[in-house]
Design a protein around this ligand. Structure first.
Ligand SMILES: [Zn+2]
Length: 214
């Protein structure tokens, strides 16, 4: 019982049990309970559409909200970077505090500096290690201006309103920093500022050849 919320316990106890039947693992999103890539894709499209309509009905106004999401997918960057940035904008990346919000008990300290709790604002803008990266790429003014935002969507909107070169560089910076953070979080050595900046510049040249060098 300690594993679940009281509301979930009530729901679980309401599940009818058929005597004499063995337990099986079933994929809830398929009529036969079998996992397929097709059904996972359909689920992804459904969740995306739901998110879009939810965003469209929120307080900032349908057009403005819709423009942010559309603008993300229009950036000339690989899909994996855009998916990352979309999750960043939604504040749905598995930072330690986001995981804790799902009632998982864990050490919430930043896996890079081990000094402060890790939320999006800390890991991408305020951690002493990420500050060095912004500075090394001559983006300290931008970092300070992003620190004034009160949520991830405001940060994303500010980035999306930048001139192309700076905009793509900022998105790549966030993505490469998240990759380095994930490695440190998995127990690998944290990359140095120079290493991370090298990767950011390399990806910037690779993904946007007309905009480089930085
Ligand atoms: Zn930190």
């Amino acid at each position: 019982m300690d594993l679940f919320n009281l509301d979930d316990v009530k729901e679980i106890l309401l599940i009818p049990i058929r005597p004499g039947m063995e337990d099986t693992i079933a994929w809830h999103y398929d009529a036969k309970g079998i996992f397929t890539v097709k059904s996972a894709y359909q689920l992804g499209v459904k969740l995306r559409d739901e998110a879009l309509s939810r965003d469209a009905s929120s307080s900032a106004g349908p057009l403005v909200q819709h423009q942010t999401w559309r603008s993300i997918w229009n950036q000339e960057l690989p899909g994996r970077v855009l998916i990352f940035f979309w999750r960043f904008t939604h504040n749905s990346l598995p930072t330690k505090l986001n995981i804790k919000r799902k009632k998982v008990d864990l050490d919430t300290r930043c896996p890079v500096c081990w000094r402060l709790d890790e939320d999006g604002g800390h890991i991408f803008l305020r951690c002493k290690a990420v500050k060095q990266v912004w500075r090394a790429l001559d983006c300290e003014d931008l970092r300070l201006s992003l620190c004034e935002c009160t949520n991830a969507k405001q940060v994303a909107d500010k980035i999306l309103s930048l001139p192309k070169e700076k905009r793509l560089l900022a998105i790549i910076l966030l993505w490469d920093w998240w990759t380095a953070r994930n490695k440190a979080n998995a127990g690998e050595r944290m990359a140095s500022t120079d290493d991370v900046c090298f990767r950011i510049r390399k990806h910037h040249t690779e993904f946007c050849p007309q905009e480089a060098p930085v």
